[in-house]
Design a protein around this ligand. Structure first.
Ligand code: DQA
Length: 140
């Protein structure tokens, strides 16, 4: 399988921002672990990160016909981006929504994701392992 892991706004700061919530590993370190996790299982993973909503939509659009699945942590956009929601709904590539933190144990505004309804499923609350569990959902 060929999978695409997309990280959205502020996820480039992982390892530096709010370490008690998101841990101390950088996004590059987490991506390396994700790549190794997929490789030993015989799967390939590409990565994309952007702070720009439109670029995230374009990445989802461009995945059409190229990837078997998308693992998406849209960051704060998850809570209000109808543009990303429409991009997911417009395509045929299954998307698994990911959050490192348990968004239900945090501020009220994080409890609502406008993306979940158009995603295949959602994994949250397991730190960097959320990405690995989301990948695993495609392999099983
Ligand atoms: C996040 C949760 C979001 O509420 C937040 O805005 C993020 C990260 C997570 O991975 O837990 O940037 O998606």
């Amino acid at each position: 399988m060929k999978l695409l892991v997309i990280n959205g706004v502020n996820l480039n700061l992982t390892g530096r921002r709010e370490q008690s919530v998101y841990g101390t590993e950088t996004l590059a370190e987490i991506e390396a672990e994700i790549r190794a996790f997929a490789a030993v299982r015989g799967h390939a993973v590409d990565f994309f990160q952007s702070n720009c909503e439109g670029e995230l939509c374009t990445a989802i659009q461009n995945a059409e016909g190229k990837y078997d699945g998308i693992v998406l942590n849209a960051g704060a956009y998850s809570h209000y981006s109808y543009a990303i929601r429409d991009a997911i709904a417009s395509g045929t590539v299954p998307v698994v929504e990911v959050h490192m933190s348990n968004v239900f144990a945090r501020e009220e505004f994080r409890r609502k994701s406008v993306l979940t309804e158009v995603c295949k499923g959602e994994i949250l609350g397991f730190g960097k392992k959320s990405y690995l569990l989301a990948l695993e959902s495609f392999f099983l």
